[in-house]
Design a protein around this ligand. Structure first.
Ligand code: PFF
Length: 446
């Protein structure tokens, strides 16, 4: 397959596209609940450190491979490996990425489906006047309803795959332009409201004052996985977007901008959610339902609550949509690279993700007791192992490829940061990011 000539419309469009991939359930749904289960501030501290030390440098490595290769991930890796005189087996890394996003999209679609249900419920005013206990019980009942779980999962996946079928670059540019500022504004408003509640002080202390007894090896492993997940790094998904990057853009600047935006969205969501958790005397370690229960409670206390809540779920849905499109792209690109038509590739991906996603959709009802591994059901498995293990493993290989295998001049030009920027990046990725990821992964697997 030859090099693509397609480019994002502008530098800003590229940054927005990567932000669209990064900001999603990871920031607003996953961060609060994983932080809740892993001691709050200790987790936050390590996760931010990992974003800086691993996430940003590996993101640059991933995007620069795409930019230098200007093809789908498998083909880009294969072509660049050949150019460097290295083994063509590097292209299997693209396939591993596709497998990772496959697993992730299968549960991502189910949870995004919950946003559809909650959007409809808030438009209907179903949360008006409901108590915290009623909202919690309503969520449990919804999870336990197999028909609704399957319906919403199917609807969300359909929404995603229709955009993917049409080709991503054009449609996404417009959506991202509007979506990110709106989502950010609404989260600011929510965090502002949270500062007036009784739980605000406790929430800040819980999020920002680490207690180091809470710092166990498993917290470190989860924090690393989450750093990769939230930035959308490690699955060759951003590599696919890098292929369309404009020629004259600086990659480090773009990566830092995305990471800052991404962390701040998570922090705003965390402050809003944990203020409600503590004001209502709830348990921060309540698991995947945390956001879906706390935010309806918070909004129901605001004037025009159900309007704000509807807008929030709409924006959340759009944010997960742009991430899901990014998750689907490498799989479709891979199949296309094998010579299939785009429409056929999209249909194959859609059908197989839908089928495997059913296992997650039913993990709260029919299949709740089907626990094939480590005592966990399918939802618990696919929402932890691919983010915590597969993404860092993929990220590690991507980093090794960019830092040790690719010829120097190729990297310098694809990084777009001059000779000094390149040297700094290379020192960090070779001597910090790669060894650190390796050690934490090994500790996690042992
Ligand atoms: N970064 C996305 C989120 O935070 O919701 C999830 C994600 C997208 C992970 C793309 C991995 C990926 F390749």
């Amino acid at each position: 397959m030859s090099e693509t000539l397609e480019r994002w419309g502008s530098k800003r469009a590229f940054i927005l596209a990567v932000t669209g991939a990064a900001v999603g359930l990871g920031n607003i749904w996953r961060f609060p609940y994983v932080a809740g289960e892993n001691g709050g501030a200790a987790f936050l501290l390590i996760y931010v450190a990992f974003v800086l030390l691993l996430g940003i440098p590996v993101m640059m490595a991933e995007i620069l491979i795409g930019r230098a290769g200007r093809r789908g991930p498998m083909q880009a890796l294969g072509a660049l490996a050949a150019e460097a005189g290295a083994t063509p087996h590097w292209r299997w890394l693209g396939l591993f990425g596709a497998l990772t996003v496959f697993c992730i999209l299968s549960f991502y679609s189910v949870v995004s489906g919950w946003s559809i249900e909650f959007l409809v419920a808030s438009v209907n005013g179903s949360f008006n006047g409901a108590s915290a206990a009623e909202i919690g019980a309503g969520f449990e009942a919804f999870l336990a309803n197999p028909g609704l779980q399957i319906f919403n999962h199917s609807l969300f996946l359909f929404m995603t795959m229709t955009v993917v079928a049409a080709g991503v670059a054009k449609g996404l540019e417009r959506l991202n332009n509007l979506l990110m500022p709106l989502l950010y504004g609404l989260l600011l408003l929510l965090a502002g409201y949270a500062s007036t509640t009784d739980g605000f002080g406790t929430a800040l202390a819980w999020l920002f004052l680490p207690s180091f007894e809470a710092l166990t090896p498993s917290v470190v492993v989860h924090a690393m996985g989450h750093a990769f997940f939230t930035l959308a790094v490690g699955a060759c998904a951003l590599m696919a977007y890098g292929a369309y990057m404009p020629e004259e853009q600086s990659l480090p600047r773009a990566a830092v901008a995305v990471a800052v935006l991404d962390i701040s969205v998570a922090l705003l969501a965390g402050i809003a959610i944990f203020s409600v958790v503590f004001a209502q005397g709830m348990d921060p370690a309540d698991g995947p339902g945390l956001m879906f229960v706390t935010l309806p409670i918070a909004f129901s206390e605001l004037p025009w609550g159900s309007v704000w809540l509807s807008v929030f779920f709409l924006l959340l849905l759009l944010a997960t949509w742009t991430s899901a499109i990014n998750l689907a792209e490498p799989m479709v690109a891979t199949l296309q690279g094998l010579g299939l038509r785009r429409s056929i590739s999209t249909a194959i991906v859609a059908l197989s993700v839908w089928l495997i996603g059913l296992l997650s959709a039913l993990s709260f009802s029919t299949l709740a007791e089907f626990r094939p591994l480590l005592g966990r059901n399918i939802f618990e498995l696919v929402s932890s192992i691919p983010p915590d293990i597969f993404l860092p493993l993929g990220g590690l290989m991507i980093a090794i490829f960019a830092a040790w295998v690719m010829p120097r001049e190729r990297v310098v030009s694809a990084l777009g940061a001059g000779e000094n920027g390149y040297i700094m990046w290379r020192i960090i990725i070779r001597w910090v990011s790669i060894p650190l990821t390796f050690v934490v992964l090994l500790a996690g697997l042992l």
